[in-house]
Design a protein around this ligand. Structure first.
Ligand code: ADP
Length: 253
């Protein structure tokens, strides 16, 4: 594996009595796409949200590039904890199941919000970059529209442009097509495919197994909070070794 962009070790997470992650290890090489598959409730979203520190693992470490947080020793609160969490969170960009665009802002205002307000980048530069990103996701003609004027697939593509605008080290996609009407799924998947081809480092949770098979450098099959099987998609999806993986794929394909 080349240059390691994401390295997670021993992630543990419980919600009350519900022990959701049982020691997850994850390596993602720079420029590659990893796809998490598995039954509903197996912990896929919790892993993704942990990488972006929307959930705080109970223990384990996450390193993205040169920022590492050890959750076992991270203080519960205080300035140092906040700083460490913010630094790790800034390394990744998240695209959610359903768009969470600002409804009262135009498409381009949504895309420049983070770069200008959070990263304090010059407005003109942010606008130029936002235009290029909207072009990349096929929405250059929608820059001045409002989210309600767009289809669900278009809104998801704005969400992708908005995450890209922050120039994250890794893009995280949490079932980005699961809330879409079937005819809108393809346009979002093709943007993700293009990003992967361009060399973005990506971690994706999806139920679109055929897409996963096609786009993934690495597939991880999760069940009940453990990685049951991992490897190239041709192996994990095409020729799974583990009984649980075989059963899951048989059910959904
Ligand atoms: P998946 O993405 O594989 O469907 P999730 O990571 O969403 O699985 O959920 C794993 C388990 O954690 C489920 O049992 C779910 O109910 C529980 N869970 C997830 N988020 C929370 C939360 N914020 N509070 C309580 N339980 C949660």
């Amino acid at each position: 594996m080349g240059d390691l962009r994401v390295r997670a070790r021993g992630l543990q997470k419980s919600f009350g009595d519900n022990h959701v992650l049982h020691g997850i290890d994850l390596d993602v090489a720079a420029g590659t796409t990893s796809v998490l598959i598995g039954p509903s409730g197996s912990g896929k979203t919790t892993i993704l949200r942990s990488l972006n520190v929307l959930e705080r693992p109970d223990s384990g470490t996450i390193r993205i590039d040169d920022v590492e947080v050890d959750f076992a020793t991270l203080p519960d609160k205080g300035g140092s904890a906040r700083q460490q969490i913010a630094a790790l969170r800034a390394q990744s960009g998240m695209v959610f199941q359903a768009h969470n665009l600002f409804p009262h802002k135009t498409v381009i205002q949504n895309v420049i919000e983070g770069p200008v307000q959070v990263q304090k980048r010059p407005l003109e530069q942010a606008v130029d970059e936002a235009k290029a990103l909207l072009d990349q996701v096929g929405l250059s003609d929608k820059a001045d529209q409002y989210p309600f004027q767009l289809s669900g697939g278009q809104q998801q593509r704005v969400g992708i442009a908005r995450a890209l605008a922050l120039k994250p080290r890794v893009m995280l996609f949490d079932e980005p097509t699961s809330a879409l009407d079937p005819e809108l799924v393809g346009e979002v998947l093709s943007v993700i495919k293009e990003l992967a081809a361009e060399g973005w480092t990506t971690v994706l949770v999806t139920h679109e197994i055929r897409f996963a098979e096609h786009v993934a450098d690495q597939v991880l099959f999760l069940d009940e909070g453990v990685v049951v099987e991992r490897g190239p998609s041709a192996q994990v999806i095409g020729d799974p070794r583990e009984e649980r993986t075989q059963q899951f794929l048989k059910r959904i394909l």
